[in-house]
Design a protein. Structure first.
Lengths: 216, 115
């Protein structure tokens, strides 16, 4: 006897992600999944963007890491509420982990929720968390070939924030190569150049997020 | 990298489907398909299955893995075609606005149970 299913194996995750999405919609929260390699500058960008967003809306952060609460401490140091998830070795956040973290947040008092995923250019791409927007942070230090080498990650991105552009004069990184590959892979994705360290482009990133929230 | 969690989900799904179909026989085969953009490796899935199936109702079942080609669904002309890679765009009309969504999936296609 053959039982035919044709079901996504991650359907349990998808179901929880849908519950999260419904909860975000009901409370008017714009949820942003922030992905990228370890060291790309995801937390540094949030530290830079949050004070600007704070003038326009109420934001909070969920931080995902294998271990430590270092990132949560950094976010709280800029005056923003943060819930730290430790995956204890897990290579990605899943929708269930986010659902548990939501219990510690007052969604009714929020407009934007950033979910900073575990630093990883592979596994995190496969798990819907219920977000409205996916931003991949890519840094100049990683090299300009990453879009070609990790297509699942970049094909799902709504935007690539190209960070550490202050390093451009010191490397042979070619932003046009990233732009061209992203155009072929994900033509509707935006690319924004930014340096969390110098502050260049941070305001434009904040504006872009607010624009997408308004359009949602 | 997350093949162990995928296989653990798959076994749970298979066990509940077998129970729901009230199929009491031995589970002979699980057929899965692994999309080219799923970030899952067939070899690692097999390895994880050997470890995790032990002691469950799918222990001893064969894991049959289909690896379908990349399929792009053109958002301009509507064609569904096999694509050489994720960057190639629509082979029918050349547009780059294509959806590769199905190619991300790992799916449990069917379960064969002894009659």
């Amino acid at each position: 006897m053959e039982i035919v299913l044709a079901k996504r194996i991650l359907h349990a995750n998808d179901r929880i992600a849908q519950d999260n999405r419904r909860q975000f919609e009901q409370t008017g929260v714009f949820a942003v999944n922030v992905l990228g390699s370890p060291g790309a500058g995801k937390t540094a960008l949030l530290e830079a963007i949050l004070p600007i967003l704070g003038e326009r809306c109420r934001a909070a952060v969920i931080e995902g890491d294998l271990a430590t609460s270092r990132d949560a401490e950094r976010i709280e140091a800029v005056g923003v509420d943060c819930v730290q998830i430790n995956t204890d070795g897990g290579c990605h956040l899943d929708a269930g982990m986010v659902a548990s973290a939501l219990d510690s947040l007052d969604l009714g008092a929020l407009d934007v929720l950033f979910i900073e995923n575990v630093g990883n250019l592979v596994c995190t791409a496969g798990f819907d968390l219920g977000e409205s927007l996916r931003i991949v942070v890519l840094s100049v230090a990683e090299g300009d070939d990453k879009v070609e080498k990790y297509p699942p990650m970049f094909s799902g991105a709504d935007a690539v924030f190209l960070n550490k552009i202050d390093l451009l004069p010191h490397t042979d990184f070619d932003p046009a190569r990233v732009r061209e590959n992203l155009r072929r892979l994900s033509p509707e994705a935006s690319i924004l150049h930014v340096s969390a360290r110098t502050g260049e482009g941070v305001g434009a990133c904040a504006q872009w997020i607010l624009g997408r929230r308004k359009a949602s | 990298m997350h093949e162990v969690s995928l296989v653990s989900e798959m076994i749970g799904l298979a066990e509940s489907e077998v129970a729901r179909a009230a199929a009491g026989g031995r589970v002979l085969r699980l057929k899965i398909s692994v999309g080219p953009l799923s970030c899952a490796s067939a070899e690692a899935l097999r390895f994880a299955f050997e470890l995790l199936a032990s002691g469950t109702s799918v222990e001893g079942a064969e894991l049959e893995i289909d690896e379908p080609p990349l399929v792009c669904h053109c958002q301009e002309c509507g064609a569904r075609s096999e694509a050489a890679d994720a960057f190639a765009g629509c082979p029918a009309c050349g547009a780059s606005r294509v959806s590769l969504d199905g190619s991300r999936d790992v799916r449990l296609e069917s379960i064969e149970v002894e009659d």
